[in-house]
Write a protein that binds this ligand. Sequence first.
Ligand SMILES: Nc1ncnc2c1ncn2[C@@H]1O[C@H](COP(=O)(O)OP(=O)(O)OP(=O)(O)O)[C@@H](O)[C@H]1O
Ligand SMILES: [Mg+2]
Length: 477
Amino acid sequence: MRTPQGDAGTLCNERGSPSFTYLPEASAPQEVGLLMPARLAPYTGGMLPPLFSMNLPEGFLLVQFRARLENVARVDPLLLLGITGDAHPIGRLAMSSDALETLRPGRAALANGECLEELLEWDGAEGLFHELVDRYALRSGISGVQPKVVVPELGHAAAPELIVKAGRDEYPHLPVNEFICMSIVKAAGLPVPDFWLSDNMELFVMRRFDVAADGARLGFEDFAALTRRQPELKYESSYEEIARVIRRVVAGPYIATALEQLFDTVAVSCMVGNGDAHLKNFGVLYTHPAAGDVRMSPVYDLVCSTMYLPADALALRLGGSKAFAGSLRLLDFARLCNVADPEERLRRIEQAVVGTIEKQAYLIGEAPGLRRALNLGCSAWRCRAHGLRGVDDVALSRLRMGGRAGQRAGLARAGTGGSGIAGVLCRARYAARKRNVKSVVYPLLNRGRAAMEIWRTNVAHRRVAPPMQRGVICNLV
Ligand SMILES: Nc1ncnc2c1ncn2[C@@H]1O[C@H](COP(=O)(O)OP(=O)(O)OP(=O)(O)O)[C@@H](O)[C@H]1O
Ligand SMILES: [Mg+2]
């Protein structure tokens, strides 16, 4: 196992149990990761340390590895690590193994690369992506279930690399979806890698952010590795845990920005309906473990998953729940992250969503269902966001009294601080949900446009029953 700062140690497989041993001369700069300090005793434990399993191929790529290797070898995590380890997997670790030399893709293929412009302009009849998979799959040390390959970029002095992602039948138009959502993230002012959509809209291409401008390889660790979890446990955590880990591992000067970025990313996810912001979709970058420069990586892999799964929810818990959050839960989270100006941030993010939907109207139209999913995400967000002000404890106690009269009284009380029916209805729903009141009846006091719009959104989300004579029953989810 090597780092750009020198050789680190040896990973071996003793009767099916991996163990990693540092070289006696290895010191802090050669450490393999933030949670594996140099020591004399080997790292054992029956499984690959999460740092090493972090980039193992999943989903589409794993199928490619199996199809190409199954006849010649037993495809297990150590073999996958050995095969991809020599070809610059994500992060700064490299691995060489003489035993696996014959299985590795030919050096000639590694020396090649692709020109970014040609990738983006390709309009040949044959599928370009399949060709890329044939050439580069076995050198792609990268995780994630979506189809993708890591491709060296031609025509660049510093030899950066590209990650080329394609869609698949289950998730049509995923590249357009990812391009639009990443454009929203960028418009919201968050750091993103360079990214493009191919002219035929079949490929989403990113430049690797773990390669510095001068070609130096940076350390990268995702939050599954940082919480010592194997990749399959990537949904079993909370955004609060990520915040705690940030405080522990990120370098002092970068902690505040990292927490703001976490808050903003969770907020964008709630607004666009991204149910895939799991532990492996957040990461940190650094030069080496002793350099003292651990910071958050740019944002990546943000998509509108509700376009395919309308009932999708957050990938991790926030305030104890995986439901997409409105401002109340986000403001609690902002406090936990010490974010000073959360309301201003939420406004900016909402503007980025609305602005990008307007600006990219044509492209969004190319992905049937995306506009509807984004618009629903936005209006659901607005409904949730109205829960901010005006509901006090007296209103809540009346709501909790139950019965039509009590609820009306509660709502009337909640309405005293508000401005108009829309705010009243939303605040009441939100407050009732927060306090676990199961349902609330409210009269449609006036049929103003805002009230009707919100009611329609709720119906679209199947949260309310059709109107009863002069009222609406709102079944809280
Ligand atoms: N621009 C980038 N530079 C370097 N590494 C990246 C970049 N983008 C993503 N990665 C790494 O590649 C991994 C897979 O990428 P990505 O999350 O985009 O794939 P995916 O298949 O959509 O993932 P998922 O399984 O979450 O849907 C990430 O977890 C991260 O480790
Ligand atoms: Mg991912």
